[in-house]
Design a protein around this ligand. Structure first.
Ligand SMILES: [Zn+2]
Length: 140
């Protein structure tokens, strides 16, 4: 079976109105509770990159119930401990906004990434990140 390039796959899924996180087989869950689950990223940035997803189809944190937020937090905490013990360095993030927008979001269904050893560079490079302006009290 041919493995599709991720960008092509995302574009096809948008055209088909297909949500991969609503269709993920339960047998692929690494962990779950009443309203959320953890899965390995299918297009990982790094080894052991996982996603924490709500079971309901929501695109923004503002749409999540209190119980969903509690359940997601619980799974993030558990998975964070497992991955931190293994890797010692993690980045946890969520993208809000549109698919193909400025954040790089490719699936509308809200999900948190937990990625070992990921470096976030402002502007795309370490040099750009190091060149950021640190505001003094007057500017701030
Ligand atoms: Zn969905």
């Amino acid at each position: 079976m041919k493995i599709a390039a991720y960008g092509d796959l995302v574009q096809q899924r948008i055209q088909d109105n297909y949500c991969p996180f609503c269709e993920e087989p339960v047998t692929n869950y690494l962990d779950q509770n009443d309203t959320a689950y953890v899965m390995s990223a299918r297009a990982p940035y790094k080894s052991d990159h996982v996603l924490v997803c709500s079971k309901s189809h929501h695109g923004s944190m503002t749409q999540l119930s209190t119980q969903e937020l509690v359940d997601i937090r619980s799974l993030i905490t558990k998975r964070n401990q497992i991955l931190y013990d293994k890797h010692g360095e993690l980045v946890i993030f969520v993208r809000e906004g549109s698919v193909w927008g400025s954040t790089g979001k490719t699936v509308w269904h809200l999900h948190r990434h937990i990625v070992p050893h990921l470096t976030i560079h402002c502007g795309g490079t370490q040099a750009d990140s190091d060149a950021r302006v640190f505001m003094n009290d007057e500017q701030y």
